[in-house]
Design a protein around this ligand. Sequence first.
Ligand code: ATP
Ligand code: MG
Length: 430
Amino acid sequence: LTRYSRITGMNDVLFEEQRYWRFILDRIRHVTDLYGYLRIDVPVMEATSLFVRGVGEGTDIVEKEMYSFEDRDGSHVSLRPEFTAGIMRAYIENGLHVLPSPLKVWTTGPLFRHERPQAGRYRQHSQFDIEVVGEQDPAVDVEVINVAWHLFDALGFAGLRLHVNSTGCPACKPAYVGKLVDYFTPLAEVLPEVDRMRLRKNPLRILDSKEEVTQPLLDKAPHIVDHLCAECADHFARLSAYLDELDRPYQVDFRIVRGLDYYTKTVFEIKADGLGAQDTVCGGGRYDGLIEELGGRPTPGIGFGSGIERIALAMQQLGLAVPGEPKPDVMIAYLGEPAKLAAIRLVEELRDADIGVLLAFGDRSLKSQLKSADRAGVSHTVILGEEELKVGRAAVREMATSQQVEVSLDDLAQWLQRKLNGEAQTKGEP
Ligand code: ATP
Ligand code: MG
């Protein structure tokens, strides 16, 4: 007999964890509504060339991590490893530039990267992602950062820290990368193998190296903010001025470089206390050249992605409270077949009245049905017995006290509503 198991790096999200997911997505909806972001959904699969173009050829994602294959018609397709390229494709393809500018959108869903699995790193993970298209005012950069900040604050994170940097633009980035290469080339002998590789292929990535040997060498490395062109320097100065207006601690961190090719100007990460090495809960930045790169007219954009599993994991590690999942308050128990028929109708009538109800299945003893009610954690059990049913009544048992009262079936929905609302109110009081 074959026993199937999960594919490496892909996870089931079971019920205890769903509490976190529900809460996180609930807060995401709240925050995106507050800031006026529209929901967008794009396909899980796109043409491989879109990601090669959009994410960039020499990147880890494109070189090693994409789930790419040939479709039945011979076309080359990939599971999306990130959201931005697909959303920009949708922007161009649907002519979304005609909508009021800037266009502010958000999405969430699974992404796929064939990475080496470890705690907090999966081959299927989900992100919350926002993108703002069509405006280069650095006040937009601040708003995008604020969406993330507001969310993590609403989720209960403490000790949030914003790290910002500029990654320049095609006018100034290459010269800075040149300076970086000049700085590290004489040190190549002492650099660890991975970083020597980066020096040749993607020197900026040395800046976010986790190699111990490299750390002290970074102390004297040139900072990009000292080498920006006039336009990028002005953008960064205004961004800083706007950030100063908010009482949110931030630091300029020359080591923030995003892994994807398309970033220009502002890049940022938000970190939270108490999470050890994986303390980045969100990363994003500006990509003013991307839409043009993908065949659209020159249009600036900025966004961020934040891993939902990482947020949930962080919340668990930090012991942040999440509400329990809402669940039915009432169980219907029945004794005998005629009562069962009445119960089958009654559960739907009560649900029509917006009362969450469970039906005790399986024709069991009253004792066993009450045990189920206890395990389900309902506050009331309606017991339908043959005799009571004949006169249109049912017994309602309050589970906490085991007290029972008889209620007319005609009044039952209202009676329960009164009880349940009353209880919700007393529960809410200090
Ligand atoms: P990292 O440095 O952890 O590899 P990244 O720079 O690749 O992150 P992005 O591509 O910007 O991250 O993705 C944004 C967020 O998505 C990350 O901050 C993280 O929370 C989450 N994330 C990225 N890759 C994974 C993964 N393989 N499994 C789970 N979450 C992930
Ligand atoms: Mg990565």
